[in-house]
Design a protein around this ligand. Structure first.
Ligand SMILES: Cc1cc2nc3c(=O)[nH]c(=O)nc-3n(C[C@H](O)[C@H](O)[C@H](O)COP(=O)(O)OP(=O)(O)OC[C@H]3O[C@@H](n4cnc5c(N)ncnc54)[C@H](O)[C@@H]3O)c2cc1C
Length: 379
């Protein structure tokens, strides 16, 4: 299925070459060091990837959302932690500003993103995960500023982000109707990282807990309207979930291609294990599953760009592609036999990396709730 313009297809060729030659060889070390090297982030900036999705008016190239999704897929096939640096900056930080931010916020932050500055999105709290409307972080108006107090947890890009979009209660007691979305700069007095969170997969991605203690931000930092921030967050996640589907797709594709190479060469009972029909049936099923995930993800891109049933497609794509990635990476490891269970090969890393796609930006249980709600609404 074709989702890019011919011009975007040409640009993507450079991204594929970069992912294959410069990112993939570093993936194992990034996992071990638990860090994406700054030199790689700089290369992504030099290649124009940070500016790709930013409108031309703000110094970017104004390429499509579909292009961004294909970039995330290709980078994730090489190293999902590296992909998440860009994904966080663009789908999680830039997207809400693009949809709801003032011209002032767009000018101020997009000019930094095109120069490689990374952003993040801070919604989750210790007591508010799936139930995103139950946040406790507060924003109290003081003159022309807001004073923020609270804790956000599991925040991706935490150590490297220069700024975050976050949500807080501006009218407590009103649930989702009392939430406002803001931007805050890293380094704002009273706003700190309280701990690093260590993980089983995407280990190169920095995940942190953030604490606000009387941190003050100007009222200009409101994204959209006061008390209408829940909508900002939900629409951001509609786009973000397609990015996660693309991440799942990239990880699964890479795991499957590596396993396919292996079974063609590994011999048992006097022949390549790929020659056994039991293995061939498995390979057929896995490639079919991967293709179905790809088509659904690309369909979700088109739906999102047209704002046509995009909530439904975005949740379906995230749900299906992440479940497929977990299944495919698990079976791919199996195809390596005992070697797959060792760190001599990358199969175990792919399986660890795939797991998070079923959890973040709304667990797959939450996606099922959204899908059912969309299908049953008005019925
Ligand atoms: C590595 C990593 C990176 C992350 N990055 C970010 C980030 O950048 N920004 C951010 O804001 N958050 C981030 N998150 C948080 C992530 O989005 C949440 O962990 C996720 O939404 C689930 O919330 P929870 O962990 O509190 O689980 P809970 O909400 O406590 O859920 C626990 C279990 O209960 C299930 N459950 C909950 N409610 C229901 C229900 N109604 N019906 C059926 N099942 C239900 C869930 O599906 C899950 O299986 C990240 C998390 C991780 C692990």
């Amino acid at each position: 299925m074709e989702i890019l313009t011919p011009q975007e297809e040409d640009v993507l060729k450079y991204v594929i070459e970069f992912a294959d030659k410069e990112v993939k060889p570093l993936a194992k070390k990034i996992d071990q060091d638990q860090e994406v090297p700054q030199s790689l982030i700089d290369r992504m900036k030099d290649l124009g990837l940070f500016g790709s999705y930013i409108p031309e008016k703000y110094g970017g190239s104004g390429l499509s959302f579909s292009f961004l999704v294909r970039v995330i897929e290709e980078l994730s096939a090489a190293c999902p932690s590296t992909a998440l640096v860009l994904d966080g900056a663009l789908t999680l930080f830039a997207e809400p500003l693009m949809m709801f931010g003032s011209d002032h916020l767009k000018s101020k932050y997009f000019s930094q993103i095109v120069k490689g500055a990374v952003g993040g999105l801070a919604i989750t709290e210790p007591g508010a995960g799936s139930d995103a409307a139950s946040i406790r972080t507060s924003a109290v108006k003081k003159g022309d500023r807001y004073v923020i107090n609270g804790t956000k947890t599991f925040i991706s890009n935490g150590r490297i982000a220069k700024f975050f979009v976050f949500d807080a209660l501006t009218d407590p007691g009103k649930g989702s109707k009392g939430i406002t979305t803001f931007v805050i700069d890293a380094g704002t007095p009273g706003f700190e990282i309280s701990r690093d969170i260590h993980k089983m997969g995407i280990r190169g991605s920095s995940t942190v807990e953030l604490v606000f203690k009387d941190a003050e931000i100007p009222e200009d930092n409101v994204v959209g309207e006061v008390n209408k921030g829940f909508k900002v967050i939900m629409e951001t996640l509609d786009a973000g979930r397609i990015g996660i589907a693309a991440q799942a797709l990239g990880v699964a594709r890479n795991a499957l291609e590596e396993a396919t190479e292996y079974i063609k060469n590994r011999k048992q009972f006097g022949k390549a294990i790929a020659d056994f029909q039991g293995i061939q049936f498995l390979i057929s099923d896995l490639y079919t599953e991967l293709m179905a995930a790809r088509l659904l993800t690309y369909e979700a891109c088109k739906a999102w760009e047209k704002h046509d049933n995009s909530v439904l497609f975005s949740s379906m794509a995230k749900l299906y592609a992440s479940d497929a990635a977990m299944h495919i990476t698990t079976e791919a490891l199996q195809l390596f036999g005992g070697y797959g269970y060792t760190t001599d090969f990358d199969a175990e890393r792919h399986m660890r990396d795939a797991k998070i796609t079923q959890i973040y930006e709304g667990t797959n249980q939450i996606q099922r709730i959204i899908i059912a709600r969309e299908i049953l609404k008005g019925k």
